[in-house]
Design a protein around this ligand. Sequence first.
Ligand SMILES: [Zn+2]
Length: 66
Amino acid sequence: MVVPAWQAEEFIVCCPGCLTLETLWFKGKTMQPTRKFEQKEGGLVYHDCGLTDRPCRLYLRFGKGS
Ligand SMILES: [Zn+2]
């Protein structure tokens, strides 16, 4: 099993336009690139559905532990 050198965190992203839910990985505050979501200035994440100009909401899926 390969353990990445960086600590990735898993977030649930919720688009306020189409209400889709997806899982995204972040390295620190940087989103790992995906086809459907784009991270813009200020760290906000936007869905590519074009149904809303508002950023997606992010929920941390797992706690960091102790
Ligand atoms: Zn959407």
